[in-house]
Design a protein around this ligand. Structure first.
Ligand SMILES: [Zn+2]
Ligand SMILES: [Zn+2]
Length: 372
C-alpha cells in the first residue's frame, strides 16, 4: 500500500513549505509517542507523518514524489528518513521532551568558559601602553587520573539512579519530562574511588602566566579580549576567551577627562598679575614651558596640545589642560604687608564686587575643549 504523503499531512498538492511545516508540527505534536504512551495506532500515525514530512520538506524529493510517486525517483520504493526532519524535530520537542532527540547530548563538545581578570594599571601605563605578565588560574585535565576523576587503576561505577543514562524521566500529566540525573550530574557514572590529586573532579586548577599587551589609550573599564586563553573546552571543544578588564589607578597630579589630562599648577599672584614664563610637568616626566600672560585669573585653563592621552581607536591624542591656581602667601613680612596694603588702597579693593562661583574643572574642560 502506498502512503499518500499529502493526505498523511492533511494538505493538498499546492501547499507551500510553510503550510506543510505547520501541518506537520500540529500532527507530530498530537501523535507523538511521548504523549500517547502505549498507543500503537498513534505510533503508526507518527511514523507516517514523519515519513511524509521527510519527503515533502525536501524540494528534490517532493519533485520526485510528484512526478514518480516516490521520493527517490523512478524505480525506487524505499523511503529514507532525513531531509529537514531533524531540525524541525529539535525545535518542536527540544524544550518539552528534553532528551528524546538528543540522547547523545551530554557528550557534545562544548566551548570552555570565558574568564575575567581585573588588572590595575597606573595612569602612565594607560597613556603609554605597557606589556604585563599576569597569572591566570585555569582548570586543566588532571594528569594523575587522565581526567577520569577516579584513582588510577580504578573505574567509576554506573550511576544506580539513572542506570548510566545521565537523565531521569518524570511523568507530568501528559508529558514525560527528562531531567539531568542529580546523583551523577548527567555523567551516567559515579566515582567511588576518587583520584587524590583532583579529588574526583578530573580537573585541577593551575596558574598560567599570560603576557598581555596593553595598548596606549586604555581607560578604566576597557576590556581586552585574549582569544582562547579562557577555560579549556569540554570533550575536545575549543577553549573560552580571557577578558582583561582595565582599572586605571588614581594619579597624584593628573586626572583625566576623555583623552585630556588635567593638572593644577600653582603660580604666585605677582606672576599672575605681571605675567611670567613657568615650567609645568607632563606625565612622561619632562617639563614644558608655559607662558602666563599678565593679568591671568586664578583657575584659568591653558592647553598643551598633544600632551594628553593617545586615542585607542586610531590616530590623534588629547591635550594636557593646565589649570593655574594662584597661590596666596601664608606668611608675609612687614615690608610685604605694607606694600600690599598700599596696593589695596590704590586699587580700591574694599569697594569691589565679589565674583561668582568657579565652575568645576572637569565641566570647564568639557565645555572648552570637548572630550571623547
Ligand atoms: Zn545518574
Ligand atoms: Zn585526578
Amino acid at each position: 500500500m502506498t502512503l499518500d504523503y499529502y493526505e498523511a499531512l492533511g494538505v493538498d498538492q499546492n501547499s507551500d513549505d510553510a503550510e506543510i511545516k505547520k501541518a506537520y508540527r500540529k500532527l507530530a505534536l498530537k501523535h507523538h509517542p511521548d504523549r500517547n504512551p502505549g498507543n500503537r495506532e498513534a505510533e503508526e500515525r507518527f511514523k507516517k507523518i514523519n515519513e511524509a514530512y521527510s519527503c515533502l520538506s525536501d524540494p528534490q524529493k517532493r519533485a520526485n514524489y510528484d512526478r514518480f510517486g516516490s521520493a527517490e525517483g523512478p524505480g525506487s520504493a524505499g523511503f529514507g528518513a532525513g531531509g529537514g526532519f531533524a531540525d524541525v524535530f529539535e525545535d518542536l520537542f527540544g524544550g518539552v521532551f528534553g532528551g528524546f532527540a538528543g540522547a547523545g547530548g551530554r557528550t557534545r563538545q562544548a566551548k570552555g568558559s570565558d574568564l575575567r581578570y581585573d588588572l590595575d594599571i597606573t595612569l602612565e601605563e594607560a597613556v603609554m601602553g605597557v606589556e604585563k605578565k599576569i597569572k591566570v588560574p585555569r582548570r586543566h585535565r588532571c594528569d594523575k587520573c587522565e581526567g577520569t576523576g577516579s584513582k588510577p587503576g580504578k573505574e567509576a561505577s554506573i550511576c544506580p539512579t539513572c542506570e548510566g543514562r545521565g537523565e531521569v524521566r518524570m511523568q507530568q500529566g501528559f508529558f514525560s519530562i527528562a531531567r539531568t540525573c542529580g546523583r551523577c550530574g548527567g555523567k551516567g557514572n559515579i566515582i567511588t574511588d576518587p583520584c587524590p590529586a583532583c579529588r574526583g573532579a578530573g580537573r585541577v586548577q593551575r596558574e598560567r602566566t599570560v603576557s598581555v599587551k596593553i595598548p596606549a589609550g586604555v581607560d578604566s573599564g576597557t576590556r581586552l579580549r585574549m582569544t582562547a586563553e579562557g577555560e579549556l573546552g569540554v570533550h575536545g571543544g575549543p577553549p573560552g576567551d580571557l577578558y582583561i578588564v582595565i582599572e586605571v589607578m588614581e594619579h597624584p597630579l593628573f586626572s583625566r577627562e576623555g583623552n585630556h589630562l588635567i593638572c593644577s599648577q600653582p603660580i604666585t599672584f605677582t606672576q599672575a598679575a605681571l605675567g611670567a614664563e613657568i615650567e609645568v610637568p607632563t606625565l612622561d616626566g619632562n617639563k614644558v614651558p608655559l607662558k602666563i600672560p599678565a593679568g591671568t585669573e586664578s583657575h584659568k585653563l591653558f592647553r598643551l596640545r598633544g600632551k594628553g592621552v593617545p586615542s585607542l581607536r586610531g590616530q590623534g591624542r588629547g591635550d594636557q589642560i593646565v589649570q593655574v591656581v594662584i597661590d596666596v602667601p601664608k606668611k608675609l613680612s612687614e615690608k610685604q604687608k605694607s606694600i600690599l596694603k598700599e596696593f589695596a588702597e590704590v586699587s580700591g579693593d574694599a569697594t569691589q564686587e565679589p565674583k561668582g562661583l568657579v565652575e568645576k574643572i572637569e565641566d570647564k574642560v568639557r565645555h572648552l575643549f570637548g572630550s571623547e
